[in-house]
Design a protein around this ligand. Sequence first.
Ligand code: FAD
Length: 389
Amino acid sequence: MPGHQGFDHVIVGAGLSGLLLARRLLVAADAGRLPGDQRIALVGPAPDPVQRVTFAHWARRPTMLDDWSVGTWSDLLVVGHDGRARLVDLDGYRYTALSWDRARAALRERLLADPRVTAVAERVDAVGADADVAWAAVGGEHIRGQWGYDSRPPHVDPIAGDPPAVLHQSFRGVWVRTGAAAVDPSAATLLDFSADDGPDLGFAYVLPVDDRRAMVMAVRMGPSTDLPDPIPAVPRVVGAGGWSIEAEERGVTALPARPAARRARPRVLRIGARGGRVRPSTGYAVTRILGDTAAIVGSLARHGHPFAIPPDPRRDRALDAIWLAALARERADLEPAFLAMFRDVPVDRVLRFLDGGASARDVASVVAALPPGPFLGAALRLARERSHR
Ligand SMILES: Cc1cc2nc3c(=O)[nH]c(=O)nc-3n(C[C@H](O)[C@H](O)[C@H](O)COP(=O)(O)OP(=O)(O)OC[C@H]3O[C@@H](n4cnc5c(N)ncnc54)[C@H](O)[C@@H]3O)c2cc1C
C-alpha cells in the first residue's frame, strides 16, 4: 500500500469516536495547539448512507455537534409503569437530539476535503504496534503511524454467573408524523416504562421535535438481542388521532462486563465503545466520547502522546459491575431504581452519575436513593464470585 506510511495518527473505525477525534485533531492543529501538519489515516468502511441515526445527550455548554441538533429541551419527562409522568427541570443542562447520520456525512466530507487526511475505506484485520510505530493491517499491508486509535466494536466478556450472560442494549425506534398538531414538543421523555412488559428491563424515550413529529425509541437491556417494539409507546405521544411512520432506526450494542484497558499496545489507544466510553449501566456515550476526544488532544498537546487521559473512577467501575450483575438477574426490579433517582436526587447529580465521572457526593446521594434489594443481592454475588476466583 504505497503512500500509506508515516502518518501521525492512524484512526481505525470511522464512526462517532473516530470522526470526532480526527476533527478535533485538525481543529487543534489549526488553532496552533498541535503542529499544523498532522497527517491522519482514517481507516474503516464508509457508513450506510440511508440508515437514519439519532443520538441524544445532555450538556451545559455548546458542543461541536450542535450544528446537527434536531431538537433541544430543558425539561424531561420520566414516566412510571403506571403511566404517571414526572416533569424534571434540567437545571441549566440542555438535552439535545442530534442527527448523527447528517453530522457523520458532514464531518466525513470536511475531513476528506482536508489534504492532511487520507481515508482508507477498508476493514482492518488487526491493529498493533512495534517499538516506535503503530499499525493497522488491511489486506496484508500495514498502514503505519506514530499513534494508533482503535474503535472497532469491542470484544465482550460475559457476566459471571450460572449461566454466564452477555448483556445487550437493543434499540428500535420510529419517527412518527401526525396530520394535525398533536405532539407536545416542550419536553422530551427520557424514560417511559408504561408501554413495556417484557422480561428484560424495557422502556421508551421520546424526542418530540415539533408539534407533528417525534421519534419514539424502544430500548431493551438484557441478555436478548431481540429488537423491542416502539409502537405501544406511540399513543401516549400522539394522542388519539392518526399518525404515520416516516423512518425507522435500530441497533444493538453489547454492554461489556469489564471494559478493556485503554492502552492496547505501547502506541495504541482504544477509543469509543472499545475504549469503554459507552457507560455500561446506561448505554450513553456521546458526552463521554466528546470529553474523551478533548482529553486525548489535550494529552498530545501537553505531553506529546495520547495516553495522559483521566482514568474512569474506580467507584464508577464498581457501580457499573453491580448494575450489570443486577441487570443479569433482577431486571424487573430495576425500574424503581431509575424512577427513584429522578424523584429523590438533584438532577445535575443524576446526569453526572449517568454519564460517569460523578463526584463522591453525587454518587453517595444517588446510591442513597436506590432501592437496596436488587443491588445488595448483586453486590454480594459479585463479592462471592471474586472470592472464588
Ligand atoms: C441505535 C443506537 C442508539 C444509540 N443512542 C444513543 C444516544 O441516544 N445517546 C448516546 O449517548 N449514545 C447512544 N448510543 C451509543 C453510542 O453513542 C454509539 O454506540 C456510538 O456509535 C459509539 O461510538 P464508537 O465510535 O465506539 O462506535 P461506532 O460509531 O459504531 O464506530 C465504530 C466504527 O468502526 C467501524 N468498524 C467495525 N469493524 C471495523 C474493522 N474491522 N475495521 C475498521 N473499522 C471497523 C464501523 O464501521 C464503525 O464505523 C446508541 C447506540 C445505538 C446502536
